[in-house]
Design a binder for this molecule. Sequence first.
Ligand SMILES: Cc1cc2nc3c(=O)[nH]c(=O)nc-3n(C[C@H](O)[C@H](O)[C@H](O)COP(=O)(O)O)c2cc1C
Length: 366
Amino acid sequence: MRKYWDSPVKAAGQGARATQGSSAVPTQVRIGGAEIAPATVLAPMAGVTDTVFRRFIRNLGGCGLIMTEFTSADGVLRAKDKKAQRYLHFYEDEHPISAQLFGSDPQVMAEASRMVEGFGFDLVDLNLGCPAKKVVKCNGGSGLLRDLPAIQRIFEAVRAAVKIPFTVKFRAGWDEQEIVCVELAKIAEDCGLCAVALHARTREQGYSGQARWDWIAAVKQAVKIPVIGNGDIRSPEDACAMVSQTGCDAVMIGRTAPSNPWIFRQIAEYAVTGRYDEPAEEDRYQMIRTYFQMLIEEEMLGAEGKMKQFASWFTHGVPGGAGLRKAIYESKGAPEILSRVEEFFEARLCAAGGLALQTDDVIPLG
Ligand SMILES: Cc1cc2nc3c(=O)[nH]c(=O)nc-3n(C[C@H](O)[C@H](O)[C@H](O)COP(=O)(O)O)c2cc1C
């Protein structure tokens, strides 16, 4: 099933703004004491950026910072909350890694941040962007955007509680009438936060329309701490255009990462050579297989659901992908899904080596 956030919108004018850019994405950015190199960040995505996906992206190269899915600060404090523990589980090869928390009580946020620091995270981030009703109802995520004094109290409490760099990720405001991003970024800087990340949409927009990069530029002009730009980057050209047009110090990429996990490496390559490699079908095959095997090995809860979801992202643009997706959705159990993927690509690669397939051929998958 397609969800509304399946891939960044192809909004009119997007291509135009991509061609205007020329600045390369910086090779590094310093966030407090943490050196992030290159200056690219994998956006936190609930249900997506678990430890397997994060390591998978890290291993492909080019991503400077990875972040956990957003995690309830209350959940972190309830030691027995398995869900929070799962979200905050990470491996050594994930450094540098940031833990993203949400919550509205300053003391709970402070205590959870202290725990996160104790777990060994390199940074802690406050989520002020989540538009989900469940989160907003408890005044978490973007719900707080309408109460800057409450945000300031959280900033102060968390800043006093931890030594690791503290950052915030937020949307521009609740709606077009209440744009608070510049004011909020200034409060963050005054409270000693080390960087701000702006998803350049309002809460009301959800994921619709086009991200307003001019809001990122306004924030950049208002503060001295690093500004991380986020929203609608689909290619290395887009990443450069965002840096050119906003002056941001780093770029953050969300929805493009699952369909093109090479985007970070491509950005790094593009910065040096002005060009980048597109993955071949064999690369795509190895990528899917590696990711699925990692999911199976991790015995991750919900691995089967994740494989099905990722299959649709990963096979984006692959000839015959619709047939594979159908076979995957009808499969039962993670090993069977992996077999379907192997059969599909082995058949294609075999055929390409001998009798070339037509691009829209669908391989019968039993
Ligand atoms: C499936 C999904 C889950 C998300 N979960 C989070 C989250 O846990 N925390 C957060 O700050 N943003 C979350 N976001 C927002 C992204 O981090 C990012 O700000 C947004 O997708 C815009 O960037 P993009 O255009 O590169 O995708 C999520 C987005 C998606 C699509």
